[in-house]
Design a protein around this ligand. Structure first.
Ligand code: ZN
Length: 109
């Protein structure tokens, strides 16, 4: 029997239905390409989710928002949450934190 099994090599299905669907490395479980950012421009929201450890993050978007922006925001938010959730919990009495420099709405570009 000299029949060789061919390795069936299919061409990668190019399903580019959503070019804004982008993957990143997870901050928490460190799995590569586990984090998916999906931007819904119609709704003006972005959703980030890790398919491995199920971390989630949601943010508003504007017309220039890119997946990497949401990913960066998530890193900042996770970082801030880690600092606040330290061993010593103090009441957030002081208003010393700077206002977020985010401008939604009509920015002239
Ligand atoms: Zn994860």
């Amino acid at each position: 029997m000299g029949k060789r099994k061919k390795s069936s090599r299919k061409p990668a299905p190019s399903r580019q239905k959503d070019p804004l669907d982008t993957t990143f490395t997870c901050l928490f479980c460190h799995h590569d390409k586990a984090v998916t950012v999906r931007i819904d421009k119609k709704e003006g929201v972005a959703q980030l989710v890790c398919k491995v450890c199920d971390q989630r993050y949601q943010s508003k978007t504007h017309h220039l928002t890119e997946p990497i922006d949401i990913y960066s925001q998530w890193i900042d938010a996770a970082d801030a949450a880690q600092r606040e959730g330290g061993s010593s919990r103090r009441p957030a009495a002081s208003s010393s934190r700077p206002a977020p420099a985010v401008s939604y709405g009509s920015d002239e570009e």
